[in-house]
Design a protein around this ligand. Sequence first.
Ligand SMILES: Nc1ncnc2c1ncn2[C@@H]1O[C@H](COP(=O)(O)OP(=O)(O)OP(=O)(O)O)[C@@H](O)[C@H]1O
Ligand SMILES: [Mg+2]
Length: 272
Amino acid sequence: MPEPIILVVANQKGGVGKTTTAVNLAAGLARRGLRTLLVDLDIQGSASATLGATPADDATDVAKVLLDEGTLDAAVVETRLPNLWLAPAGERMAVVDLHLATAYGRERVFERSLRGPLTQSMDVLVVDTAPYLGLLTVNALVAAQRVLIPVSCEYLPMLGLKLLGETLTKLRDRAGAKAEVLGYLLTIVDRRERITTEVEDLLRARFGAQVFETVIRANTQHKAAPSHKKTIFEHEPEGGRGREDYEALTREVCARLGLAPAPKKKAPRKRA
Ligand SMILES: Nc1ncnc2c1ncn2[C@@H]1O[C@H](COP(=O)(O)OP(=O)(O)OP(=O)(O)O)[C@@H](O)[C@H]1O
Ligand SMILES: [Mg+2]
């Protein structure tokens, strides 16, 4: 069985659309028939909340898996969407960084948790990360094959992107990370705003074809959907702008990853 592709959504800048992208891209991939596991590595647990799966206090969640250095399989639950599984974050995520600091092989605790059969039966893991470059995010970046970097068109991003690039280089040199950038994604795009054009020009000049052709337009439905605990595909009707944008992104991501839609795999199932 081929191993899943591990795609990490990261940018230490807060509020740039990481969670919105992780949730809707994961949903988009699942809708194309790919077995997709959304992993919530953010202490805020927003991705888990959108899928209506904030874990109970005593449930096994990603935090518990990392604290016990167990396997992610134990935290994986089915979601209401076919082909989409979730590994929810959990309250204790807030103390995981502290635990990782003294753990053996501390940059690779997350990677080691991915060996279980359920996780390995996935086509893709989409990992949502927190807005800081702590050990938790470092664990995600070390496990990643590809990194998707959302960039919001609301501020000039170059300094932050330089820091993220330097961190990736360091992790490759010192921790044996293999992660390559899959692409930069422009989010909260409103072409009537001058800042949008500035950011877009800057990014395309600096990163060229690494910038996704698809952009995610500013759309209040992206704010509304999570409060109804819905992905954009459930919240907007067919033809909705937000939904179209994430459909286009899913197509582009599949093309970049060389993933054909609707492969059939047999694998263990587990109920929430
Ligand atoms: N394309 C968009 N148009 C309008 N609002 C958006 C868009 N994408 C995201 N938002 C909103 O912007 C806010 C930040 O988005 P999101 O939570 O996805 O960012 P984040 O990078 O995950 O944030 P954090 O760093 O806090 O985890 C949210 O309120 C979200 O609903
Ligand atoms: Mg987030």
